[in-house]
Design a protein around this ligand. Sequence first.
Ligand code: FEO
Length: 403
Amino acid sequence: MYCVRKVTEDLYWVGGTDRRLELFENIFPIPGGVSYNSYLLLDEKTVLFDTVDDSIGRQFLENIEAVLDGRALDYLVINHMEPDHCSLIDDLLLRYPGLQIIGNAKTFPMIDQFYNIDLEGKKNVIKEGDTFSCGKHTLHFVMAPMVHWPEAMMTYDAADKILFSADAFGTFGAMSGTIFNDEVNFDRDWLDDARRYYTNIVGKYGAQVQNVLKKASALDIRYICPLHGPIWRNHLEYIIDKYDTWSKYEPEVRGVMIACASMYGNTENAANVLAAKLADAGITHMIVHDISRTHVSQLIADSFKYSHLVLAAPTYNGGIYPIMANFLDDMKALNIQNRTVAVLGNGSWAPMSSKLMEAKVSEMKNMTLLTENFAVKSSLKNEQMHALDELAKTLVGSLKGEN
Ligand code: FEO
């Protein structure tokens, strides 16, 4: 049975939800599932905005058939060519042979790369600033390269002031019948997943997101229709502000994430003692992660969220404990910058991890290091308490803006 919802008088949400997929992009755990949004406009011409992932293909095709109610599908606008949004192009062409495809110059080569579809006579290549009339609705095309792939673009419907924003403003998470931001408690139930989605999927491309935000600020937008997660139809400034903060690599919270790797609990003990000292000093915006138990995508999300990071890990094979090394590589790959960092190492005979972690942090942009080769030898002892107190004091001073 079809399962759709009306967005505006002429526009329908015809996407669906996958609650079975374990790993998005076969990397990111999504215990709460994910939605794939697609939108169908009924005007003089019928226009579909993006398709969906294979996993919900049957539902999607049924949704389109129901909304079209006997009409043909005239146009498909492809805002993004990642296969979670374009797996059904050939199925649509089989069902609607007159279908025309609208994309930009980078869209069509990607279709050829991923699929074997003959699009002779069906390609409509648009560029920045072009418009397309569907009848009552005129579409404007806004290029959004690297948000999240080079061919990504957004489409703006001037009649209803809708921005089809591709991956931007999306989030992990299945939708529960409620598809609009004002039908859910986004700040309580969705923000953490939205941050984890943005920071890991698009986090590297802050400058490109800033460019698109600038272009979008010139548009009168009443609805944001992303490819994943709730549609925004009020308080748009909330999610736009979040994107502005994240893409400028500014922290949302003045507080600390302590990311700790520990083989036998001794490094974790030192991290816990430090956390307790911070709490004694009134620091409450703080989270401690055992990074062997916390997926790196969560660590990345919290690195974007918090202003201060403490990285604690033992030495392993003369280097950094591998899970911490991987996290540091991911931080660099995702362009994390503008953070204040303290490093807490450990080693039993040749402690190297603090030096090596500090070297990796120094390779990132605009990071302030509060430590220099701070390490415990196997476990924290009384004679190091003074040094740990000093570190806690320095962190508290930095958090309170005193140094
Ligand atoms: Fe949801 Fe970049 O695809």
